[in-house]
Design a protein around this ligand. Structure first.
Ligand SMILES: Cc1cc2nc3c(=O)[nH]c(=O)nc-3n(C[C@H](O)[C@H](O)[C@H](O)COP(=O)(O)OP(=O)(O)OC[C@H]3O[C@@H](n4cnc5c(N)ncnc54)[C@H](O)[C@@H]3O)c2cc1C
Length: 433
């Protein structure tokens, strides 16, 4: 083991471990706060997988303020005005109309995850040093406080210290476990099959959730006239090898198109995209705490939600903004030191816990409604969606929450209106809007 030459204690103000969206966003936010950052990632090049493609208006606002939005647009980010829930025939069940939202940013954007990462990476300033291919192996402590990390890089193991460490190392976070922070993780009973479909110039500028007898099918355009399609499947779908799996896939595709007439025009292009498919397991958890002395958790190291409400990446970007604000407000940005860092971490923990729990509940409630497979569950889900669609006040509130603009959970009375109790305020925008 060796210390890094010239990189003694406090060569950096913050060490950020992981350069997914959470780590890159944190590096960008801390850079703008005037801090010197070391960013570490075990991968040399990000793996191109279906992940984190829809940016909510809350993230668009943050990325605009960080100067990242023009880079996303240069890379072809597709503006989408609405999220539409439809039945299997394509008939409207509920519209989330982002164009009715307050503020300047009233659109969603879709872009491939590696492109979002590249846009963030390009925006990093000179205060950020990035080591790719650097595997973080564990934490270094000064008493009970986290004081740095042990890293394997370029064939050497090094001990690196800084007044603050950020764990942005994703869902299976080694640093979260090393810090003794618990999570109770629940795996969803279904999986998602994703497809990257080429040649769909006619795709509507919306995120569409089709609710079908076999579960959710979610589609949206991507740059280059492509379309992302996610289909809910049972865990045992497509088990088998070689020829058997190819036949299962063919049969599965026929069932998908039979059960979702709205997708039939895509039949040939969907078959052409079979090679791009990925089967994804899905989890839900929130860490018991988001910070301990010397260490903050951001992104999926801290919280993981079902992807179909499109909140995980957006919450990670908001984590980064909140952490930088706390570090500035508590004096760490002006004078980086363990004491001011820990005061900032306490503020971060208090502020973000409320938000992260809200996002977890909202994503889970939405997931339950759109992935129901029982007849009674589907009937109730569709009834709630239709009632909300006919109630502009509730529709506004649901869209506001999805857009990440604030925390406005439904009251017990709102839930009764969703089920059919007449709502005298239905035609008014909410009092708080
Ligand atoms: C199919 C799917 C679709 C999704 N769609 C959306 C969406 O539309 N909108 C949305 O908001 N969210 C979406 N999400 C969620 C979103 O992708 C995640 O919330 C987000 O990617 C989490 O980012 P992260 O940086 O925390 O983790 P990751 O992206 O997993 O990054 C973690 C990084 O840490 C690195 N790392 C890990 N361990 C170490 C180590 N020991 N040493 C060094 N480096 C390490 C990894 O190499 C990786 O680069 C989706 C997720 C899935 C699976």
């Amino acid at each position: 083991m060796s210390a890094t030459p010239g990189a003694g204690p406090h060569a950096w103000d913050v060490i950020v471990c992981g350069a997914g969206v959470a780590g890159l966003a944190t590096a960008r936010a801390l850079d703008l706060a005037g801090l010197r950052v070391l960013l570490l990632d075990k991968q040399r090049v990000p793996v191109p997988i279906a992940k984190g493609e829809v940016l909510q208006p809350s993230s668009v606002r943050i990325l605009r303020s960080w100067g990242v939005l023009p880079r996303l647009l240069d890379r072809g980010a597709v503006p989408l005005g609405r999220l539409m829930v439809r039945d299997a025939d394509g008939r409207r069940l509920m519209l989330f109309d982002y164009r009715t939202m307050p503020g300047a940013d009233r659109l969603l954007f879709s872009l491939d995850y590696p492109e979002i990462l590249a846009a963030l990476r390009e925006s990093l300033g000179e205060r950020v040093e990035f080591w790719s291919g650097a595997l973080v192996e564990g934490l270094i402590r000064d008493g009970r406080r986290v004081a740095g990390v042990r890293v394997s890089w370029q064939g050497q193991t090094r001990e690196l210290t800084a007044p603050l460490v950020v764990a942005a190392d994703g869902r299976s976070s080694k640093l979260r476990r090393a810090a003794g922070i618990d999570t109770t993780s629940t795996e969803y009973a279904h999986r998602l099959l994703s497809f990257d479909i080429d040649g769909v110039p006619e795709a509507a500028p919306e995120v569409t959730s089709y609710l079908t007898g076999q579960g959710l099918r979610l589609a949206y355009p991507l740059p280059g006239a492509r379309m992302r399609l996610y289909a809910q499947v049972r865990p045992d779908t497509l088990r088998g090898t070689g020829k058997e799996r190819a036949e299962l896939l063919e049969q599965w595709c026929r069932e998908l198109l039979d059960g979702t007439p709205a997708l039939r025009p895509l039949e040939e292009r969907l078959r052409d995209s079979f090679g791009s498919r990925q089967l994804l397991n899905l989890w839900r958890f929130t860490a018991t705490v988001l910070a301990v002395p010397g260490l903050a958790l951001v992104g999926e190291a801290a919280h993981c939600v079902h992807p179909m409400a499109a909140q995980g990446m957006n919450t990670a970007i908001a984590d980064a903004e909140a952490l930088a604000a706390c570090l500035t407000e508590r004096g760490f940005a002006a004078r980086p030191a363990p004491a001011s860092g820990d005061r900032a971490l306490q503020a971060y923990q208090a502020q973000r816990t409320v938000w992260v729990r809200h996002m977890d509940r909202m994503s889970h409630d939405a997931t339950r409604m759109i992935t129901q497979l029982s007849r009674s569950g589907q009937a109730i889900g569709r009834r709630v969606l239709r009632r909300m669609d006919g109630n502009p006040r509730l529709r506004y509130q649901a869209t506001y929450n999805m857009a990440g603009l604030g925390i406005r959970p439904f009251s017990v009375l709102d839930r009764l209106h969703q089920l059919g109790l007449p709502d005298p305020r239905a035609r008014r925008v909410p009092d708080w809007a």
